[in-house]
Design a protein. Structure first.
Length: 310
């Protein structure tokens, strides 16, 4: 059981959040009085009161100084799994991401050299709307039984990121994942740049804690094809069998499948698999691996145990 100590909002982006006694929340926006809401997974930001109290030993800060919407006592959000749900009165919130980037103009970071929001802050989306008040009790709800597996799709394409080429592979992957029962949390197009890809892979695995990340593109021999190297750079463990199986299957269709450099790895509990860039190859590979992939993904997430092959 926890307690809501502060509600902080800002009517305009780029302005400091200030405390309000109550707020209305909707699944369509988040906190109606806050400019940072929207139809996305980062509707409401939350921070543990205990983390602010520890920071106040260095310098006194007002609630809202870190850009948080809700200050809640009694929970260490950083060590709770994404998809954890909380009830505040009639309102139900679901955690969607751990960590929030600190902006360069953050006053707290300028004064102290650090900001706790990137490592301690979390985001949530509104599942059930209603009105909340300072002083309300906050209850953590039981975990959902048999939750769906969660996935993300990243397309690597210089031309696609500039809007010069339509991304056909990313939407195809999302469609096939949805048909297989996955919830696709995010899709995005990035240029063929290792730094950007590594940052997003880390955010998806550590921050959003999705079960599966599928990338498409950047696995060939071009100097700009950096997807395998960026993927390996963030990996904790190798899972080579998936990439090997796709190449094996591809060779039964075309000998050029040997030219794919895609890899498959694990970061924490998240499986990351590189797919080719062409829609045809994407469909062929996914049709081949998806039936067996779910079991491995569930084992990595701790949802299934090992079992003998039937």
């Amino acid at each position: 059981m926890g307690k809501l100590l502060a509600i902080c909002t800002s009517p305009k982006r780029g302005t400091v959040k200030t405390e309000v006694p109550s707020a209305l929340l909707t699944p369509e926006w988040g906190i109606l009085e806050d400019a940072h809401g929207g139809s996305w997974h980062r509707q409401v930001s939350m921070l543990s009161a205990e983390k602010i109290d520890a920071f106040r030993k260095k310098i006194w800060v007002e609630y809202g100084a870190f850009g948080e919407n809700l200050v809640i006592e009694g929970f260490d959000f950083r060590n709770l799994p994404v998809t954890s749900r909380f009830a505040i009165g009639d309102v139900v919130l679901e955690m969607t991401q751990i960590g929030k980037e600190c902006h360069n103009d953050c006053i707290i970071k300028q004064q102290t050299g650090e900001c706790i929001m990137p490592r301690e802050g979390v985001f949530a989306k509104v599942i059930t709307g209603g009105e909340i008040h300072v002083g309300d009790q906050v209850t953590m709800l039981p975990a959902l039984e048999n939750p769906p597996l969660r996935a993300a799709v990243i397309t690597l394409s210089d031309k696609g990121s500039r809007g010069e080429r339509e991304d056909k592979s990313g939407p195809l992957i999302a469609q096939m994942l949805t048909a297989a029962g996955y919830v696709v949390e995010e899709t995005m197009i990035l240029p063929d740049e290792a730094r950007a890809l590594k940052a997003q892979l880390i955010r998806m695995a550590d921050g959003r804690q999705v079960n599966l990340v599928l990338t498409t593109g950047g696995t060939g021999f071009s100097p700009r094809d950096i997807t395998p190297e960026a993927t390996c750079a963030v990996a904790d463990r190798n899972a080579p069998g998936i990439a090997e199986a796709m190449r094996y299957h591809g060779l039964s269709i075309t000998p050029r499948a040997m030219l794919s450099r895609g890899v498959s790895v694990l970061r924490g509990k998240t499986l990351i698999v590189n797919l080719p860039g062409s829609p045809k190859a994407v469909q062929e590979d996914l049709e081949y691996i998806l039936p067996s992939l779910e079991h491995g993904v569930r084992i990595a997430a701790g949802l299934d145990g090992e079992c003998a092959r039937k």
